[in-house]
Design a protein around this ligand. Sequence first.
Ligand SMILES: [Zn+2]
Ligand SMILES: [Zn+2]
Length: 344
Amino acid sequence: MTTTVTAYAALERGGPIRPWSYEQRDARPHDVRFEVLFCGVCHTDLHSIGPWGQTYPLVPGHEMVGRVTEVGSDVTHFTVGDLVAVGPVVDSCRECPPCRAGLETMCQTIATSAYDAQDRHGDGVTRGGFAESVICDERFAYAVPDGLDPAAVAPLLCAGSTVYAPLRQWGAGPGRTVGIVGIGGLGHLGVKMARALGAHTVAFTTSAAKADDALALGAHEVVVSSDPEQMAAQANRFDLLLDTVPVVHPMTPLVLSLTTGGTLCSVGLPDTFDVAPFALTLGRRSLAGGGAGGTSENREMLEFCVQHGITADIELVGKDEINTALARLAANDVKYRFVVDLGA
Ligand SMILES: [Zn+2]
Ligand SMILES: [Zn+2]
């Protein structure tokens, strides 16, 4: 006996989000079902409603916070009433080396996306957090820490995880100079986290008007990347650049601002990398990729955010404003993350 769930879905590719209902599976032994309270709006949602989508109707949303309403017979970490958070990955093989290390987003078989993916156990297509209820395996649910605003925690599960994992991987910390390129949903959390990790933190923005905001987020300095003079002054300076820009942009001046052996990690998924190989060759510099972390990294991130009081800066919108939020996100008009209030 399934459960009928009201959700907010794109009924066809590129279509607007509309109310839609579907039958949600029964709880398997390790599942938690939760009433969604808040869900962040990510760039991936835009891509998925548009070119990346596989199966319509498609229910987006993978930055979820909710309250547990049902637990399967073998659930050990949660009980009914607990606040939980769930991110972009809701299942994986559990057996490959990354899965065994708690890096399930890099599962060598397949990491199951929170929405628009085939359930590994034959229960159809996964559905996201723009809904009154979601069900997933407890392994991929996190306790929402006390002391943080649950609405502002939601974006930590994708945007926060996507910047925290590479900052840790490449050693952002005391004595290191770290640049965060692009100050949006990901970048604003990158600035907060790099600063809290103890790195000398520099924000790169194309717009001088954003400088004060970047300083307020915690940046020690701001570089206007569209100013060739300012960029030339950064040469050979950075141990790590975390590039969050989601569109194709000139990366050679950025790579040249890396120190010898430095790394530029791109997490924005632009269509291609616009970089001259000589810039990598000259300083033995690395171009790297990264994405959201696995369960071990996410647990560490949430603990770190509690210690440092870090959450996303959000604009909370109602269920009837999802289309407006998506349109404004596409136009880069948000400070810095939309979160949909699904409990209201
Ligand atoms: Zn996302
Ligand atoms: Zn795996």
